[in-house]
Ligand binder design. Structure first.
Ligand SMILES: Cc1cc2nc3c(=O)[nH]c(=O)nc-3n(C[C@H](O)[C@H](O)[C@H](O)COP(=O)(O)O)c2cc1C
Length: 337
C-alpha cells in the first residue's frame, strides 16, 4: 500500500497545476554597483552537520521504498555526491514497518554519497524512539528529519486523523537520539508559535518547508475519490513569511528554507532572511524525471553559477557575509510578518 502511494505521489506531483506563491519575490535586496570583489573569489562552501559542503542547498526528503524510487534515489544521491551537497531520504517508515526489501532503496543513498557526505534520515512525527534509531542506523545518517504533515494526512482518504501527543513524541526522540533532529513541514510552513513550542522541547533545527512549491493538498486530492478539496489549494504559510517569523526565535535555532525553492534568487533571498541552508524537492525531481542525471546536473550548475553572480552583486564574498545582508520587505509579505 505504502509503496503504491509513494509512486502515486510522484505521478500526481507531475500532474499538479496550482501555482502557489512563496512570497520570496517580496524580499528586496539592494544592488551594489561597486563590489570590491572578483567572481572567482566568491566562496559558497559552508559547514553543515559537522561536515564541509560546497553549496547551501539540500536535496530534501522525497522518496524510497520501491524499484522506481530506487532509481530516482540513485540519481539524486549521485547529484548530492558530485555537488557535495546534503541529501535527505524520503520517509523510511516503509522500510521499518512494511517491507524489508525497501531498505536497499534507502541504503543506496549512503553507498553512493560515501562517508564524507551528509545523509539525513526521515520519519513522521508519529515515529517511536526505537524507529528513529533504526532509521538512523539504516543509512548511518548524520541527522534525522521528523516531518509534520497534518494537512496532507487530512486530505488523504486513508490518512491519519489523530494528532495528539506528537510534540511529546518529538521530545522523546530529541532526548534519546545522539544526532541532530530536524523538524520539518512538507509544504505548509511552520508558524512562529509552532517554532517556539518546538524550541522549548529542545529542537534546534527547523525546516520551515512553506507554501509556494509542492502542494500536497493537490497531490492527495488527485487520489481522493470521497471529497473535492480544491478550495484548500491556497492553504499554508508562504515560505518567506514562515522564515521571517521563525527567525524571531533565538539564533541557536537553525532554520532551513524550503518549499518552492526553484532558482538562484530564492536561495539568495532565503539566506539573507536568515536560513542556514535551503532545501529543494519538487523542482529537482522534475528535472531528474524529465531528463535524468545530466538534465538535473545542468540545472544545478546553472543555479550555482547565478548564486555566485548574485553574491558578487551584493558585495558578499562568502555565505557568512550573505547571511548578513540587509533586506526590505514589500507587498503582501509585509502584512504577514
Ligand atoms: C514526491 C514527493 C515526495 C515527498 N515525500 C516526503 C517524505 O517522505 N518525507 C518528507 O518529510 N517530505 C516529503 N516531501 C516533501 C518535501 O521534502 C518538501 O518539504 C516539499 O516538497 C516542499 O518543497 P518543494 O516545494 O521544493 O518540493 C515529498 C515531496 C515530494 C515532491
Amino acid at each position: 500500500m505504502r509503496s503504491i502511494r509513494k509512486r502515486e505521489h510522484i505521478e500526481n506531483y507531475l500532474k499538479t497545476t496550482f501555482q502557489g506563491d512563496t512570497l520570496l519575490g517580496d524580499v528586496f535586496l539592494e544592488h551594489n554597483a561597486l563590489p570590491d570583489l572578483n567572481l572567482d573569489e566568491i566562496d559558497t562552501t559552508l559547514e553543515f552537520e559537522g561536515k564541509k559542503i560546497n553549496f547551501p542547498l539540500l536535496i530534501n526528503a522525497m522518496t524510497g521504498g520501491s524499484s522506481l524510487t530506487m532509481e530516482i534515489n540513485r540519481d539524486l544521491s549521485t547529484l548530492a555526491r558530485d555537488f557535495k551537497i546534503p541529501m535527505a531520504v524520503g520517509s523510511q517508515t516503509i522500510a521499518i514497518k512494511d517491507d524489508e526489501d525497501a531498505i536497499d532503496s534507502f541504503k543506496i543513498v549512503r553507498e553512493i554519497i560515501g562517508d564524507e557526505g551528509v545523509v539525513i534520515s526521515n520519519l513522521s512525527g508519529q515515529a517511536s524512539v526505537e524507529q528513529a534509531k533504526q532509521a538512523i542506523d539504516m543509512i548511518d545518517a548524520d541527522a534525522i528529519q521528523i516531518h509534520l504533515n497534518p494537512a496532507q494526512e487530512l486530505v488523504m482518504e486513508e490518512g491519519d486523523r489523530e494528532f495528539r501527543g506528537i510534540i511529546n513524541n518529538i521530545e522523546a526522540i530529541v532526548k534519546a537520539v545522539d544526532k541532530p533532529v530536524i523538524v520539518k513541514e512538507i509544504g505548509f510552513g511552520i508558524s512562529e508559535d509552532v517554532a517556539k513550542r518546538l524550541y522549548n522541547i529542545g529542537v534546534r533545527y527547523i525546516d520551515i518547508s512553506g507554501f509556494g512549491g509542492t502542494n500536497f493538498v493537490e497531490i492527495e486530492n488527485l487520489r481522493n475519490q470521497a471529497f473535492d478539496f480544491t478550495e484548500l489549494y491556497s492553504w499554508g504559510i508562504p515560505t518567506a513569511a514562515s522564515l521571517i517569523n521563525c527567525r524571531k526565535l533565538p539564533k541557536d535555532l537553525k532554520l532551513i528554507s524550503s518549499g518552492g525553492i526553484r532558482n538562484s534568487m530564492d536561495i539568495v533571498r532565503s539566506i539573507a532572511l536568515g536560513a542556514e541552508i535551503t532545501g529543494i524537492s519538487g523542482e529537482l525531481l522534475s528535472y531528474v524525471i524529465h531528463g535524468g542525471y545530466l538534465n538535473a546536473k545542468d540545472y544545478l550548475d546553472n543555479i550555482i553559477h547565478k548564486v555566485k553572480i548574485l553574491m558578487l552583486l551584493l558585495g558578499k564574498k562568502n555565505i557568512e557575509q550573505l547571511k548578513n545582508t540587509d533586506y526590505k520587505i514589500t507587498g503582501r509579505l509585509k502584512d504577514l510578518v
